[in-house]
Design a protein around this ligand. Sequence first.
Ligand code: SAH
Ligand code: SF4
Ligand code: F3S
Length: 488
Amino acid sequence: MENLIGDLDVLKPSETDACETFTVSKEQNTGNSRKLYIESYGCQMNFSDSEIVASILQKEGFDTTSDIHTADIVFLNTCSIREKAEQTVRGRLNFINALKKQKPEMLVGVLGCMAERLKSKLLEEEKIVDLVAGPDAYRDLPKLIFQVDEGDRAVNTILSREETYADISPVRLNSNGVTAFISIMRGCDNMCSFCVVPFTRGRERSRDPHSIVDEANDLFAKGYREVTLLGQNVDSYKWSAEENNKAWLEKQGITEVVTFANLLELVANVNPELRVRFSTSHPKDITDDVLHMMAKHDNICKYIHLPAQSGNSRILDMMNRGYTREWYLEKIARIKEILGDECGISSDMITGFCSETEEEHQETLSMMDLVQYDFAYMFYYSERPGTLAAKKYQDDIDLDTKKRRLDEIIIKQRKHSAFRNGQDVGKTQRILVEGYSKRSDEYLQGRTSANKVVVFPKAHYKLGDYVNVNIESCTGGTLIGKAVTAGA
Ligand code: SAH
Ligand code: SF4
Ligand code: F3S
């Protein structure tokens, strides 16, 4: 997912664990006296949830701070996807423990997926934690904080079938003022055998499309120029007109069900100058309708994150992914047919899943050769307690083999990223400027429609501008060029 994308140049084999990255809340000053410091780990859903939490607590008299030492409340919004992600949080709690010794009144809370997975056990295991709240319990935070203020420790990890926080307007943390996330659904019903998400995030539910479009309109009016629609499996987004908003939907020409393709169009219609991205697509569910909708609207970015996980059909079956190698390759062919070779495609891959043979690993490598992804997040399998795989299969591939296979796919991916980036050299690409280059303030940075990072001399351009950039060279992860004219 997008904000975790690192520069492939700086990634070493075995070090691409996206969940190790985290983001801290920014300084906010609306005159509130109490300070909230929040760190987010894991995927964009968590980052987006932290913005909901900040919004709920702002109404309770808290401003966010980027300095943990000044905080009255410290929240860690956690991830459970791999064991390493949980270890990172445990390490962070040790550090916070030392702070709390100097400032005992500081409230420490664990939110998100680790809170949901461990529930009150977390209070037993981590003595400094005062509050535990799962992803569907954030409206309850004021009450939980009150409980802690009264001298108790507080837990709410009840999952909901309805909660989408649709009416809560997120406080944009870490915002560049140009790009923002909009959560369109929560939970996941897929039960991939390796995955903890269905247990930590609960059942899948879609958010009211009217509230999504309102949020996009509001962001555009505030100067934002790109929204990313977020869900664990966006292709299963569904909203029945009978459920709600019938009259509004009829005005938009939709009479029965809002599908993901419909939703894409509703958001694309907010303004042609608002770029629309989305994540994550599931290979078994992505439809031709979605691909055609992407082709129809220039402002829907030509980029699809389509996690394969493995290139071998037996492993995919054990993973309960619902597709085969052939089906996956067929989908890639459809994408190229409808959107052309220019469409960016990325993947997630897991090496060393239970019983994976050397030949099956080779099939992952050969599938990567066939697809030539622009980018990939790559992991070795980490068994998660309670998942189907943990119950049914033995985690029998030794760590050295898992890591060696991971290194092999990382090295292959590097070659493919370099090849795909090289294809852009000499072309002119329309870039949305998102910020300054990490290396120099004389350079601006943005992305192409296909999600490639482009760096170019700033000249008179500024954040939020569309600029046509002629690509002159590339490194493994970045395209480098010069502005031609202001983008049309
Ligand atoms: N909903 C998304 C993925 C969410 S998790 C999808 O279906 O693709 C992000 C990625 O973490 C997954 O795609 C997978 O590659 C990886 N992952 C999930 N569980 C894992 C585990 N137990 N071990 C290693 N990697 C895992
Ligand atoms: Fe996990 Fe699969 Fe759901 Fe993705 S689709 S969140 S991998 S269960
Ligand atoms: Fe992690 Fe939870 Fe996201 S487990 S990847 S933070 S949904």
